[in-house]
Design a protein around this ligand. Structure first.
Ligand code: URA
Length: 261
């Protein structure tokens, strides 16, 4: 077990302390600070805790269990910083609630994807474990998310994502400033498809590896907001807003299963 901070010590990046979390063990982690309030309100009665850099945080309650909702910003480095600080103030379960680009034709815009493992196409996680160590979600968290989506009868998939440090070249997007994708990434979208991977995003590999290295738990659920078998663009905000209640109610149901354990 790592070192917990003193109850009143304020963490440098997130602006949070152990006292502010009121014993919360579970954290929901969207990337976007702008999505924190609506997710927190969807979980239950909530209060704003802090707004620091990319880290906006609210505390919600589910039954009597305090649930932290905190944005991570985009990409591995800011996820790892967030997790280092949240672990020191008592968080033991990290659940990413994000957005993603599907790479399989059967995955439609607005579908949920429960991510069970991640390709480490990024650098941050290599600071915590060598690259040949697998990035895998905690089984009981993954099972709870999948069982919750199943119970709710939502369209969902369980899959392996590709966590890329870049939105454009690493995800083989050509609609960038230069239009150039380095050789190392050309043809990779097709290769990941062939291997049965389901989606591109930017944070899950770091989340899984850092949690594993801490001896703590992690899971990930995403809404598909781009469909790469049709094109490179991200869909309008309407897709995310339409799917958000489904993601929140799935996570709520999963939390109820995990809290009771
Ligand atoms: N997030 C990503 O990283 N890629 C997408 O295509 C959509 C969301």
């Amino acid at each position: 077990m790592g070192k917990l901070a003193k109850a009143t010590e304020i963490m440098y990046h997130t602006g949070l302390s152990r006292k502010m979390l009121k014993g919360a063990r579970f954290a929901l982690l969207p990337g976007d600070p702008g999505r924190v309030e609506s997710i927190a309100a969807g979980i239950g009665q909530c209060e704003r805790l802090a707004v620091h850099r990319e880290y906006t945080s609210y505390l919600s309650y589910l039954k009597d269990e305090p649930i932290l909702v905190c944005s991570t910003g985009m990409g591995g480095p800011s996820v790892a910083i967030c997790m280092e600080e949240l672990a020191r103030i008592g968080i033991t379960h990290f659940i990413r609630v994000g957005t993603t680009g599907s790479i399989q034709d059967k995955i439609e815009l607005g579908d949920l994807i429960v991510v069970k493992g991640a390709v480490r196409l990024e650098g941050t996680s290599t600071h915590y474990a060598p690259i040949n160590f697998p990035a895998i979600a905690t089984l009981k968290v993954t099972n709870a998310l999948a069982a919750a989506a199943e119970k709710k009868k939502y369209r969902y998939h369980i899959g392996i994502c590709i966590s890329s440090d870049t939105f454009w070249p690493g995800q083989e997007r050509y609609d960038s400033f230069t239009g150039y994708v380095p050789k190392a990434f050309r043809g990779t979208l097709q290769e990941w498809q062939q291997l049965g991977a389901t989606n591109y995003e930017m944070e899950a590999a770091t989340l899984f590896i850092v949690a594993q290295s801490f001896g703590l738990s992690a899971g990930c659920i995403c809404v598909a907001v781009a469909k790469r078998t049709d094109g490179e663009k991200v869909a309008s905000q309407t897709i995310y807003m339409g799917a958000l209640p489904k993601m929140i109610s799935t996570v709520k149901e999963a939390l109820l299963m995990l809290i009771d354990k």
